[in-house]
Design a protein around this ligand. Structure first.
Ligand code: GTP
Ligand code: IMP
Ligand code: MG
Length: 335
């Protein structure tokens, strides 16, 4: 079984939440642990009639037997986390643990993020305080989860629990947030987030060493998107995207997402640095609306199959998860 990392291959919002939730239901992990920057992320999970937009709780919450964890590298906003624990239901309160060393986002970080013109307008941050909180962490002045009484009942040594589960032969998912193109190290600096976002960083966030990782699934979107400022080589005009029927808004900030065409060169480079063992491709219903909800490879149209073949050729890893709609079960799973 072992350990699988799931990360974003483009600029975030590739649909990692949906892919994580599908794999959780399918492969029954004992733990789903979240890495990544913090509550700047918004994962969408659509199950039946319910749609959840979550910023701190791991997306695999829909699979109720799994324990849920937030790794030490992740920034925690206690207000956001506690509200989500209340709102999501699904027994999250009994199942979730927060590493005692997570750094805390304070009101002042959010104010700074929102009032700094360069951050807000120049880079187009989410205004969730992540950048300023990471600054304090680097300066070693940030508070940690263990200093917050409201978090006491959730505190744990996450890497200890995760590594013990892996050593017992259980299956563990490490869930990434954001995407390769906004990595502080490898993205389009300075138009990036405040930390690396690649698979190695997600492993480090949760405290899992590289020798314990079995699979890295990089999630790509047929039509990549970007929110905030910064270069986007294959970006199309708004009219073009509307003609294709693609209009998206951010889960956290409600900002309109910029839409682009498939970028094979970028995807290949991203898969290389992430050490991808396989890829997932979302939004195939945008390539051909007739494929919406298809779950059987043979029922995909030739147009979609050709798109997948080309993507596979561009990236050089097998595309084993083909998403045909937002719902957890709208997917062709070839694993
Ligand atoms: P971050 O962690 O913030 O990067 O987010 P994410 O990767 O979890 O993605 P997010 O949920 O923000 O955005 C993806 C959007 O696409 C959501 O609205 C999903 O419901 C939707 N989505 C996921 N898969 C598909 C798909 O195959 N087709 C369509 N049409 N929408 C999809
Ligand atoms: P910050 O992470 O809020 O500092 O924002 C820095 C850049 O990363 C901005 O362009 C944001 O739009 C982008 N960003 C941060 N988190 C996400 C995410 O989860 N999805 C998409 N873009 C994000
Ligand atoms: Mg998102």
């Amino acid at each position: 079984m072992g350990c699988t990392i799931i990360v974003g291959g483009f600029f975030g919002d590739e649909g990692k939440g949906k892919i994580v939730a599908h794999i959780a239901e399918q492969d029954k992990p004992s733990i789903i642990a979240r890495g990544g920057v913090g509550p700047n992320a918004g994962h969408t999970v659509v199950t039946g009639d319910e749609s959840y937009g979550i910023r701190m709780v791991p997306s695999g919450f829909v699979y109720e037997p799994a324990r849920l964890m937030i790794g030490a590298g992740v920034l925690v906003n206690p207000d956001v986390l506690l509200r989500e624990i209340d709102e999501v239901g699904h027994r999250v309160r009994e199942r979730i643990k927060v590493d005692k060393r997570c750094a805390i986002i304070e009101k002042k970080h959010i104010e700074q993020d929102k009032s700094d013109k360069r951050l807000r307008e120049g880079i187009g941050t989410t205004g969730t305080g992540c950048g300023p909180a990471n600054v304090e962490r680097v300066m070693r002045t940030a508070r940690q989860a263990k200093d917050v009484p409201e978090l006491r009942e959730f505190l744990a040594d996450v890497p200890l629990e995760v590594n013990e589960a892996i050593d017992r032969g259980e299956f563990v998912i490490l869930e990434g947030t954001q995407g390769f193109g906004i990595s502080l190290f490898y993205g389009t600096y300075p138009y990036v987030t405040s930390k690396d976002t690649t698979a190695s960083q997600i492993a480090a966030d949760v405290g899992v060493g590289p020798t314990k990782v079995d699979d890295v699934i990089v999630v790509f979107k047929a039509y990549p998107t970007r929110v905030g400022e910064g270069p986007f080589e294959t970006e199309m005009s708004q009219e073009e995207s509307e003609k294709l029927g693609i209009v998206e808004y951010g889960t956290v900030t409600r900002r309109r997402r910029r839409i682009g065409y498939w970028d094979g060169k970028f995807a290949k480079y991203s898969a290389m640095i992430n050490g991808a063992t396989m890829a997932a491709l979302t939004g195939l219903d945008r390539v051909d609306p007739d494929c919406r909800g298809v779950r059987d490879y043979d029922k995909l149209s030739e147009k979609v199959k050709e798109f997948v073949r080309r993507a596979e050729e561009d990236v050089g890893v097998p595309f084993r998860l083909l998403s045909t709609g937002p719902g957890i079960d709208e997917i062709v799973d070839l694993r």
